[in-house]
Design a protein around this ligand. Structure first.
Ligand SMILES: [Zn+2]
Ligand SMILES: [Zn+2]
Length: 143
């Protein structure tokens, strides 16, 4: 099965084969500012199953070893890679062609959540990054 996503203007797109490895919400300040959104929904796919389509994204090294990809034309955030998450491409659920199908299963950086954001799900809520979340299934190579 191939899943697809796109930016606001449609020039930068991606697709991947197979299944996503994990799906979560991140409440960290970096993701929030990068997306200008109160919380960001993410999922991860093995890099070997992933390809950019259309215009390739621009990339900002937002911290050492952290690469945030975005559409050069419209500025939409489109992907995230980091040396400490080697082997995976992190994608924004809201860029999916069918974001309705997304099913997040945990929260990370929950201690940083905005106080006015009402969350009433019963998903696991972790303090700290995905490295603290067993659901993130480290080792994309273990498929
Ligand atoms: Zn665009
Ligand atoms: Zn984050």
């Amino acid at each position: 099965m191939t899943k697809r996503g796109r930016c606001l203007c449609g020039r930068t797109r991606w697709e991947y084969r197979g299944e996503a490895r994990w799906a979560c919400y991140c409440h960290c300040d970096d993701c929030r500012r990068n997306c200008a959104a109160p919380v960001v929904a993410w999922f991860g796919v093995p890099i070997e199953n992933f390809t950019w389509v259309g215009d390739p994204p621009k990339t900002l090294e937002s911290a050492k070893g952290v690469r945030r990809h975005f559409c050069e034309t419209c500025g939409s955030p489109m992907g995230f890679e980091a040396d400490h998450y080697a082997g995976g491409m992190h994608l924004y659920a809201a860029t999916l062609e069918d974001p309705e199908d997304f099913k997040p299963t945990f929260h990370v950086n929950y201690e940083s959540r905005l106080p006015w954001l009402q969350i009433d799900d019963d998903l696991p809520k972790y303090e700290g990054t995905m490295l603290q979340a067993p659901e993130a299934l480290w080792g994309y190579e273990t498929k």
